[in-house]
Design a protein around this ligand. Structure first.
Ligand code: SF4
Ligand code: SF4
Length: 163
């Protein structure tokens, strides 16, 4: 009888569940939602990429050295490690916006792995080009110094002698 009355009582009580998706669910203040990024504050140190456990952040780089931030919401586990590791407040931040369901195109196997690999390769290319240019400059500086030394010794421009 007691159980029966309790059941009847529950029929007239306000439901404790939320009628999602018709009603918005309660979001606590410290909710870890979508990751935001402000390229105007970023110092491009890539710490966020380094600490990201699943590899949801990657930076690509063009041959001028300009970096571009890429984030995949379907790969992110919303741990907040990137935000904690960032030395520049506000450059990367956790919003209270729940992540929408990932589209098939955003799935890890549908392009993200390739984008990630290509981004790392773009940085290697840039680093190799930077190294090549530095070596070229060092060789040119060395030649100029040798020429100057010769000129100081003889008082004659070695290029004139060679000519
Ligand atoms: S919240 Fe975690 S998983 Fe998501 S991008 Fe930041 S470090 Fe990576
Ligand atoms: S850790 Fe912060 S400053 Fe460094 S690259 Fe990431 S967002 Fe930019």
């Amino acid at each position: 009888m007691k159980t029966f009355l309790k059941t009847i009582g529950n029929v007239f009580k306000k439901p404790v569940t939320t009628k999602y998706p018709f009603e918005k669910t309660f979001i606590p203040d410290d909710y870890r939602g979508l990751i935001g990024f402000d390229e105007n504050l970023c110092i491009w140190c890539r710490r966020c990429e380094m600490v990201c456990p699943p590899g949801a952040i990657v930076f690509s780089q063009d041959m001028e050295g300009k970096q571009t931030y890429h984030f995949n919401r379907a790969v992110c586990i919303y741990c907040g490690e990137c935000v904690r590791a960032c030395p520049k407040e506000g450059a990367i931040f956790q919003t209270a916006e729940p992540a929408p369901c990932a589209l098939k195109a955003e799935n890890i196997n549908n392009g993200w792995n390739k984008l990630y690999t290509d981004a790392l390769a773009s940085r290697e290319l840039y680093a190799a080009e930077k190294k090549r240019k530095a070596a070229e400059k060092a060789a040119a500086d060395k030649m100029a110094a040798a020429k100057k030394e010769e000129e100081n010794k003889t008082g004659i421009d070695p290029d004139i002698i060679a000519g």
